[in-house]
Design a protein around this ligand. Structure first.
Ligand SMILES: *Cc1c(COP(=O)(O)O)cnc(C)c1O
Length: 388
């Protein structure tokens, strides 16, 4: 097929040519005297994306999943109790990891389509007067359902309960694309990855930890090796890494940070919001609904529910085979019931309109009942009226 495949999944996302080109480097000696000139500024500049001045940033040659593990195994002790609200496949997987690593996981099952229930979380924390809960695991943007939770609100709940638990946040599909404020929200461990808002290939886990979390690293007895933060701290302080770094990822990150800073983070967030709004206008015009309930809609991914007599997998496969566009599948309990359009990363009005048009064609081919063009028309009107 001529032309290119169009990637509209919520990660990996489209990689800007500037980043691809920056990653195309020959290998270097990572013990050379000049290597710190690359690594040290990366660790400094990453902090700006996390919005932390007091925390410390880390880079692992890994993915977001490893980031979950770094947070748990570096700060807690075996068997510690952690609290998690589960409302989608990613919060589910984090909870399962914590179980497999031998923590005492208190899971609260929530509706898929809503986020963290702040009032109930606050009540639960207040009840825990002995402070048995050592960490709260919060999924900021549940990529499976297209739901964003209020992390500032989670901090308020912890404070209202005067609870000392560490706050760990999965920001894999939010950091560098949605408003995220590590210091202001009192986040102790922020976890992200290279292949979503950072617009890079997978292979970099980007993390930041508060001083409170770093103090917990000193007392944690959990066995760890490859993912040990102490090894990172001991070598990062001189601009080096404990083992061979993924050099292209570092060069890609240099360029990604430059692009994000150049655009300005507030503009990056506004761009994602506007693109997401256009998709939501199209969904409404098709007469469909999103998995996200009011107040929870994500600006990086929209999960669209298909009518009960339709299978979302047919839309995805028609879109791929006939129109060469890639959509996100419904995961786990949403399999067949939803498909997802990613609007995270390197996107603009016309790329979003390509997604909306392609989805519309695939749905019409599968007998969906709406007038051709209604979704595209709604999005066009919105983008035109809000273009600057
Ligand atoms: C993509 C994603 C992950 C998993 O990251 P990997 O890089 O696949 O390990 C975790 N959490 C969220 C919210 C995600 O979107």
């Amino acid at each position: 097929m001529a032309g290119r495949n169009h990637l509209y999944i919520p990660g990996p996302t489209n990689v800007p040519n500037e980043i691809l080109n920056a990653m195309h480097v020959n290998m270097e000696d990572h013990r050379s005297p000049v290597f710190p000139k690359l690594l040290t500024p990366l660790l400094q500049d990453l902090k700006k994306i996390f919005k932390t001045e007091t925390g410390q940033a880390f880079i692992f040659p890994a993915t977001g999943t490893a980031g979950w593990e770094v947070a748990l195994t570096n700060t807690l002790n075996p068997g510690d109790k952690v609290l998690i609200y589960r409302f989608g496949q990613f919060s589910h997987l984090w909870a399962e990891m914590a179980k497999r690593l031998g923590f005492d996981v208190e899971i609260h099952q929530e509706v898929w389509g809503k986020g963290i229930p702040l009032d109930r979380m606050e009540a639960r924390l207040k009840e825990d007067t002995n402070h048995e809960i050592k960490a709260v695991l919060a999924t900021h943007n549940e990529t499976a359902t297209g739901v964003t939770s209020d992390i500032g609100g989670v901090r308020k709940a912890l404070n209202a309960a005067n609870h000392p638990a560490l706050l760990f946040v999965d920001g894999v599909s939010s950091i560098a694309s949605l408003d995220f404020r590590m210091d202001e929200w009192g986040v102790d461990g922020a976890i992200s990855g290279s292949q979503k808002g950072f617009m890079m290939p997978a292979g970099g886990a980007f993390l930041a930890f508060s001083q409170k979390a770093l103090a917990a690293v000193e007392t944690s007895t959990y066995p760890r090796c490859f993912l040990d933060l102490k090894d990172q701290m001991n070598t990062n302080k001189d601009g080096y890494t404990p083992y061979t770094p993924a050099l292209p990822i570092l060069y890609g990150l240099r360029k990604a940070l430059d692009l994000l800073q150049e655009e300005g983070l507030e503009n990056v967030y506004a761009r994602h919001h506007r693109l997401a709004e256009g998709v939501r206008k199209a969904v409404a015009a098709w007469g469909l609904t999103t998995c996200a309930q009011p107040g929870f809609a994500s600006d990086t991914v929209t999960a669209i529910i298909v009518p009960a007599d339709k299978d979302a997998r047919d839309v995805i496969s028609t879109a791929f085979s006939r129109y060469d566009i890639s959509l996100g599948a419904g995961l786990s309990e949403l399999a067949g019931k939803a498909f997802r359009i990613g609007h995270v990363g390197d996107m603009n009005d016309v790329s979003m309109l390509g997604a909306i048009a392609g989805v519309e064609m695939a749905m019409l081919d599968n007998g969906f009942d709406f007038k051709p063009g209604v979704g595209v028309a709604a999005a066009i009107e919105y983008y035109r009226s809000t273009a600057n």
